[in-house]
Design a protein around this ligand. Structure first.
Ligand SMILES: NC(=O)c1ccc[n+]([C@@H]2O[C@H](COP(=O)([O-])OP(=O)(O)OC[C@H]3O[C@@H](n4cnc5c(N)ncnc54)[C@H](O)[C@@H]3O)[C@@H](O)[C@H]2O)c1
Length: 361
């Protein structure tokens, strides 16, 4: 069943299939090892196998609490080396990341800055550069730009990723996950969304489309105005918590909702985090302080990747994002971007070629 799902995903990653065919001919990664620290689930399997088709040795480890054993099994059967297994123990995860970095891959595909930060702690010869998938990773790596001094392209900053994945797909999959995990309706529920960036916009829109009454809280007054003009309620933070049946954080920030907020929350309130790090919601503190009055889904880990039977974002959105990944790693491997491109967005020429290829599918 799980293996069938992986095959379904690979079949439907049509852009990656095209790129894979191209890579088979051009072998951009011949002789290179690519180390990846990205969620191990069916769509990343499609990406990693595409990189292999380009001649790379691929060494992969997952992220905290999102690794799927079936993805590991599939990758291992297709000559991708996987370090470690599913874990929610930060110390164990840390050890896996170190094991990967100490192999000295020439290219790093990072997710949250974990690999490049460790590389700087123990630099090695031969690293050509790589990619970073997320906003959280960009925020962590930006101040380290001078020390990294290698091409490092941030996928999240591509406009394609912003609208195709963050806005449309994260919104859909957070809604799908809420319904799947809770088996509750969304109709007439008061939903408060923290964060009105690309992801928050999609989450807010999808819950509104599912007949919820949505409030938005964003610390940026300009985005608060935008949310208001988009037709959302924009109460102050306390009011937004007091009235909420459902609270969703998607900010990238730390301690957005904590145990201090518990007295504000309604009995039966449901909290979920869709931001990269579980620390957006202090799940342990809230659960202890609430004494069973409120529920934090998936212990505050990303609700659309960490819950039971997680599907993550739609195949099409990930196909687009991973096509950007594959093309950016190709550019770093071939030296068409240099160290001046350190922690910068995807080059426009790559965005345009990926967009055109998707439209032409
Ligand atoms: N779940 C997923 O599948 C998935 C996919 C992509 C990105 N992400 C993660 O989602 C998070 C948000 O991503 P994004 O691209 O929307 O980022 P973004 O920077 O565009 O938006 C974040 C917004 O949160 C606001 N914010 C920050 N702290 C706040 C606080 N304490 N209270 C209220 N608002 C606050 C900021 O002003 C900003 O507008 C990141 O952690 C990112 O890594 C998750």
């Amino acid at each position: 069943m799980d293996q069938d799902r992986i095959k379904w995903v690979i079949q439907n990653c049509r852009l990656l299939a095209e790129i894979g065919e191209h890579f088979e001919r051009t072998q951009p990664f011949r002789g290179l090892t690519i180390g990846t620290g990205i969620h191990l689930e069916p769509k990343t399997v499609a990406l990693l196998l595409t990189l292999r088709r380009g001649g790379a040795e691929v060494v992969a480890t997952g992220n905290l609490n999102t690794t799927q054993q079936s993805a590991i099994d599939y990758l291992s059967a297709h000559r991708v080396r996987v370090i470690g297994g599913p874990t929610s123990d930060p110390a164990e995860h840390d050890a896996y990341l170190w094991e990967l970095v100490r192999l000295g891959p020439q290219l790093l595909l990072d997710n949250g800055g974990d690999l490049f930060v460790r590389y700087l702690e123990e630099p090695y010869d031969g690293l050509l550069g790589g990619t970073e998938e997320t906003t959280s990773g960009r925020m962590r790596l930006e101040p380290l730009r001078d020390r990294i001094n290698l091409p490092l392209l941030v996928i999240n900053d591509s406009p394609i990723k912003q609208f195709a994945e963050n806005r449309h797909a994260v919104g859909q999959s957070v809604l799908e996950s809420f319904i799947r995990i809770t088996n509750k309706s969304t109709n007439g529920k008061r939903v408060t969304v923290f964060g009105y960036g690309a992801c928050g916009k999609g989450v807010a829109a999808n819950f509104r489309n599912a007949y919820s009454v949505v409030s938005v809280v964003d610390s940026n007054p300009i985005l608060r105005l935008e949310a208001m003009l988009d037709g959302f309620l924009v109460p102050d933070r306390d009011e937004a918590l007091r009235t909420a049946d459902v609270v969703i954080t998607v900010t990238g920030a730390e301690g957005v909702v904590t145990a201090h907020d518990v007295p504000l929350l309604k009995d039966g309130a449901i909290l979920a985090n869709a931001g990269h790090f579980p620390r957006e919601i202090d799940a342990a503190g809230i659960t202890a302080a609430a004494g069973g009055r409120v529920t934090v889904l998936t212990d505050g880990h990303m609700v659309n990747l960490a819950g039971p039977r997680p599907l993550g974002n739609s195949i099409e959105s990930m196909d687009l994002g991973f096509a950007l990944q594959a093309r950016c790693l190709e550019a770093v491997a071939l030296g068409t971007v240099g160290p001046e491109a350190c922690v910068v967005p995807v080059p426009r020429v790559i965005d345009e070629s990926v967009a055109a290829a998707f439209v032409a599918l």
